[in-house]
Ligand binder design. Structure first.
Ligand code: AMP
Length: 440
């Protein structure tokens, strides 16, 4: 037996007499998911998993850390994520890792590494987990956030796959009871037509360079497609008259988009064509989309086609398309809509004890219930029986199991129906069966 400590709780004594003013907080832009919100996360994740499985996606998990180049070489050097939002982590020696800023490149890395091109194509994968971007934190924009994502990799460049990844995200948002969802969709062209369009765009903006905001002046040199993404009101009139992607993409890209829209029509998914939608990452081609709920300017889900990404990562040419839902944003929307926690379907009992020996026995009796479907509750911190009974009455439990000194001595236990107040003493060896009988 270990040496007994003296009963005074020295741990809880403050270290200094002076009260410390310092309070630790979660890292900037990162938040705790507290017990009170867990039912929303659980409900959302359960729906997500069921929907993914229904549509034939298989789950994949990739590490939180990836080699830096997985993202540096794929998202685009000029993309915001690569330029300023990556969290770098030092490995040993020359190893350089980053906290993954998104899921697609990591899943494609795994697809190549594990030879998934030898499986029946396309391969449909889903994932869920935290992503990290060093963004300027604001409402709905965090440095650690969570995504559930869908990828369809391999096979042919078929617009039906674009419709399928949009569909999975859309249905999950619907199940989360998010109202008035709309898909914003566009095509950003392919290797053949995009360079021509980019040239026209640069020619157009060059004529008006002086009037551009500072960000757009920079983008004009580094990433002109992002000029279409500018939210600055001073650039809005120029943006409205900019050459439209729709008018400049090639026949193959426009007929691809047309078919995606026909599939969305067939599924009755509401969409609007947004000729200014370009997305922040370089790996996209053809279809790009974002899903919004009305009134909320932040996208709840987004994604697009990435037919060159795997090739850039060293694979043979392999098309792909995907979507990701921002779970934190969805949970906020669910909270705003006051989604209530579901009642637990499991039965509950509450243990009440008197004295140290009874407390020990309760600890052991709880173990007997572990293999049943019955949840147990106790309040070991509150030795007063009156306070324990008050808590039992407030709880969702149907029965209180009371163990006093007499019951310990007689090897019995009292089962009290918390609704009727009726109680009965039973042998402690039969407690599980007696409780089961009463809960039936
Ligand atoms: P992306 O990986 O940029 O295509 O983003 C997919 C989805 O993740 C977006 O539609 C958002 O819902 C969510 N998301 C992206 N960045 C953040 C962020 N910094 N904070 C919270 N959610 C985000």
């Amino acid at each position: 037996m270990p040496k007994l400590m003296n009963n005074k709780n020295t741990d809880s004594k403050p270290l200094n007499k002076k009260k410390s003013k310092f309070i630790f907080k979660s890292p900037k832009g990162m938040h705790d998911i507290l017990p009170d919100d867990q039912y929303l996360w659980d409900r959302f994740l359960k729906n997500g998993k069921e929907t993914a499985e229904f549509y034939g996606y298989q789950k994949i998990e990739t590490p939180i850390l990836e080699e830096m180049d997985v993202f540096l070489k794929t998202l685009g050097e000029e993309s915001d994520v690569v330029e300023k939002e990556m969290f770098f982590v030092k490995g040993g020696g020359a190893d350089k890792y980053v906290l993954r800023p998104e899921g697609t490149a990591a899943v494609c890395r795994a697809f190549i590494e594990h030879g998934m091109s030898h499986r029946p194509q396309p391969v449909k994968l889903w994932y869920v987990g935290p992503m990290f971007r060093r963004e300027q934190p604001q409402a709905g924009r965090y440095r650690q956030f969570h995504q559930i994502g869908f990828e369809i990799i391999g096979g042919s460049i078929d617009p039906i796959y674009d419709a399928q990844v949009i569909l999975a995200s859309f249905r999950i948002l619907e199940q989360a009871k998010i109202k008035n969802l709309t898909v914003n969709i566009n095509s950003i062209g392919c290797r053949i037509c995009r360079p021509h369009y980019r040239k026209r765009l640069v020619e157009y903006y060059k004529k008006h360079e002086k009037t551009l905001c500072a960000d757009c002046k920079r983008r004009l040199k580094s990433n002109p497609m992002r000029l279409l993404d500018c939210k600055n009101s001073s650039c809005a009139p120029l943006k409205a008259k900019a050459p439209s992607l729709m008018d400049n993409i090639c026949v193959s890209c426009s007929s691809h988009l047309k078919l995606v829209l026909e599939y969305l029509d067939e599924l009755s998914l509401p969409y609007v064509l947004n000729p200014h939608l370009v997305r922040g990452l370089d790996y996209y081609s053809k279809t790009v989309f974002e899903i919004f709920a009305d009134q909320n300017p932040l996208a709840l889900a987004s994604g697009g086609r990435y037919d060159y990404l795997l090739e850039e990562m060293g694979s043979r040419p392999t098309p792909g398309t995907g979507s990701a839902i921002g779970i934190d944003r969805v949970i906020e929307q669910m909270k705003a809509q006051q989604v209530t926690p579901p009642k637990s379907s499991k039965e509950k009992i509450f243990f009440v004890y008197l004295g140290d020996i009874a407390k020990k026995k309760v600890l052991k009796i709880i173990e007997e219930f572990r293999k049943t479907n019955i949840l147990t509750q106790e309040s070991f911190g509150k030795d007063l029986i009156k306070r324990q009974m008050a808590l039992a009455d407030k709880s969702e439990a149907q029965l209180a199991l009371i163990l006093g000194q007499r019951e310990v001595f007689e090897e019995t236990i009292i089962i009290r129906d918390l609704k009727s107040g009726l109680q009965e003493t039973v042998p402690v060896t039969k407690v599980v069966d007696e409780v089961k009988k009463r809960l039936k």
